[in-house]
Design a protein around this ligand. Structure first.
Ligand code: BES
Ligand code: MN
Ligand code: ZN
Length: 475
């Protein structure tokens, strides 16, 4: 339990310090304020941890969030579970955004996944944000940031949950439960309904497992004045062994996290609903496992997708693009999507290109990319756009069918994304490959913990919240 308020005092505090500032002359000799440097000082039982912010002109919302995470973790080291965090040094430059960064920094920074440790106990925390001008707006900002943080943690929790405890069915039930609480409409389609819709690509992958697939649809339609309906399509492979193109043992760990895209879109929709953002959004999450069975799809098969396009299977480990292609068709035909964003732990190749800090992006819309990039500036998540020049399309041409599910031995992130683009029917489309950013064995940023990061939730939220704010429809 973590409580964050504006009013209150206690005997621990976090003090933020810019590099080379004169704010605390008595410690200047031992503490320069370098970004993320930490220094504890105990004075008459009052513990102060000084946290460096680095250079004032280089501070961003994300770095502030990381500094706050560092602060709360330092305090935890000394078993202090209550603290004041003084935001006055950053108030001038960041205003209410500093309160948001603080809330995210606290909640994300304190998260750890140890759900199955016997004897585990949950700590209770209280924090007081100082130096914030109190107002109804500030209170609202605190509440909204807290809801957003909870959604990131919701996504992390799902991704961290072992595959045997989060089958497609259990994930669907989990999401449906949360949707009900937040007034989000949930519809769960089963294999028979998917069959009825002709979702041959989704069902081909699902055929590999005895655990039945689910198509999870979450609708949050809160802007009757707009005809826009954004589809957020998230990969929901709860376990990816590779199928007959089996992964090697060394690459198997982490296969439970292949539903991180699905968790991200659910998290984003839940945050939008909790914060009553006026927007129309539908999340579509094809959830299934990729295993081996005597019913499995196999390399060489040709399958009929919902769109009617015939797909040649070249590799059963390229299952994500298959289930996403049908989910995209579903979002357009059945949910009336006017633009489509898909997000997935899709390719190892994106890790080779961008590592663990930055997700890969493909899009056919410069305009939407600009809007998305603005949102990423607010959230602080890092995304990098890759090209989709026409010659790359040749990589997924098939001699015997309309398209094939494997490219060549190079630029695997682009060919995987282009496969999905083939189903987006020329609508504005953005594709996010979070295979590198959704999971960290070694955290890159201070607000992360080992394991799931909750990648995508904040940027998707900020994109739709920002669009709403720009059109002046904010509540
Ligand atoms: N889910 C994986 C991609 C992945 C790799 C996610 C590493 C997270 C970390 C995807 O389904 C997959 O298996 N992709 C293959 C494609 C390859 C066979 C062309 C890959 O990237 O290795
Ligand atoms: Mn795979
Ligand atoms: Zn996969």
């Amino acid at each position: 339990m973590i409580n964050i308020e504006f009013e209150g005092t206690c005997k621990s505090q976090i003090a933020f310090v810019y590099e080379d500032s004169d704010a605390f002359p008595d410690i200047k000799e031992v503490f320069t304020g370098e970004f993320l440097a930490g220094f504890p000082q105990l004075c008459q039982n009052r513990l102060t941890v000084y946290i460096g912010l680095g250079k004032k002109e280089e501070l961003t919302g994300r770095k502030l969030m990381d500094a706050v995470s560092k602060g709360v973790r330092e305090l935890k080291k000394y078993n202090r579970y209550e603290a004041e965090a003084d935001l006055s040094p950053v108030w001038e430059s960041f205003g209410l955004q500093s309160a948001r960064s603080a809330v995210l920094g606290i909640k994300l920074g304190l998260y750890e996944y140890d759900a199955y440790h016997s004897g585990r106990k949950e700590e209770s925390y209280r924090f007081f944000l100082k130096g914030v001008e109190k107002s109804a707006e500030a209170e609202q900002c605190l509440k909204k940031a807290s809801n957003l943080a909870d959604s990131v943690l919701y996504a992390r929790e799902l991704v961290n949950t072992p595959g045997n405890l989060l089958t497609p069915e259990l994930m669907a039930e989990n999401m449906e439960r949360r949707a009900k609480k937040l007034g989000v409409q949930a519809e769960i389609l089963d294999a028979a309904q998917a069959q009825e819709l002709g979702m041959g690509a989704f069902l081909a992958v699902a055929s590999s497992s005895g655990n039945p697939p689910k198509l999870i649809v979450l609708r949050y339609l809160a802007d009757p004045d707009s005809k826009e309906r954004t589809a957020l399509v998230g990969k929901g492979v709860t376990l990816d062994t590779g199928g007959y193109c089996l992964k090697s043992p060394g690459t198997m760990f982490g296969i439970k996290g292949d539903m991180a895209g699905g968790a991200a879109v659910a998290g984003a929709v839940f945050a939008l609903a909790a914060n009553k953002v006026k927007t129309n959004v539908v999340a579509v999450i094809p959830a299934c496992e990729n295993r081996i069975s005597d019913r499995s799809f196999a390399p060489g098969d040709v399958i009929r997708s919902m769109s009617g396009k015939m797909i040649e299977i070249r590799n059963t480990d390229c299952e994500g693009r298959l289930i996403l292609s049908d989910a995209v068709t579903y979002a357009i035909r059945k949910e009336g999507a006017t633009r489509v964003l898909d997000i997935a732990t899709l390719t190892g190749a994106v890790v080779g290109a961008l590592g663990f800090s930055t997700a890969g992006v493909l899009t056919n819309s410069d305009e939407w990319w600009d809007e998305f990039s603005e949102a990423a500036k607010v959230s602080g998540e890092q995304y990098w756009r890759l090209p989709i020049f026409p010659e790359y399309e040749d990589l997924i041409k098939s001699a015997i069918a309309d398209i094939r599910n494997l490219g060549e031995n190079y630029c695997g992130t682009i060919s995987a994304g282009l496969f999905i683009k083939a189903f987006a029917q020329d609508l504005p489309w953005i594709h996010l490959d979070i295979a590198g950013t959704a999971w960290v064995d070694k955290p890159v940023f201070e607000h992360q913990a080992v394991g799931a990061t909750g990648a995508g939730v904040t940027t998707l939220y900020d994109m739709l919240e920002g669009a709403n704010r720009r059109s002046g429809k904010s509540d």
